[in-house]
Write a protein that binds this ligand. Sequence first.
Ligand SMILES: [Zn+2]
Length: 242
Amino acid sequence: MRNAAWTRLLGLALALLFGTLALAEAPALEAPEAGQAKPFGLPFAEPPGPSTWLLGQPFGNTTTAYRWRISTYAAGQGLHFGIDFSARCGTTVVAIGDGEVAKVDAVEHGAGPHNLMITHPNGYASFYGHLYERPRLAPGDQITRGQAVGLTGDPDLTCTSRPHLHLEVRDAGVYRRAFNPVGLIDADWDALSLAGPFGRGFERNLDNPRQWQFLDDQPEVAFGGALLNQYARPWPPDWSGQ
Ligand SMILES: [Zn+2]
């Protein structure tokens, strides 16, 4: 018994030690303060508009993510862990920053039918989902900001149901955290939020109704963590049947 207890204690000590080391090695990855330059650009070269692209579902505590928190978004703590841009199929997607291709069509990241992961020297990674075709790139390819890297598609493969780009910003290398792109991409988000087709609303927790109700105050996602929106008193009501 005594040996087993010591073994457990040693295991715990090692886990704490290595956990602390891993944390110490990870880049801080804090969003810039107000007034500081944001490190990335938009994933489109063209300006927004009804014939190019519009902001769709925001990152975070959206009503859509709440509805599917037990299924589609469970791995991301029940939140929409990217930002959606509505665009007709075939719209050119550009890299949001200089970097290197890390993955092409990685099944573990979903967002089919095709996707792309680019790592950036500042410790972030950008992920482009629901692409129309397999990007003509390979891991190791060097990428410059604004370079065309793919075409937008539709997760339903129809190009008429919900064609859009799903863009994530994650931690490079481990990919276990997802950050709100609004804090990292230089764009006029207030103007972008004035137009757009769907999914604009944020779910309310009536026990804390002002929490996470804006484009720029959404929490970071830790994949595999507990649901952040399992509300006792949600609004709109929980009609997911889950
Ligand atoms: Zn999305």
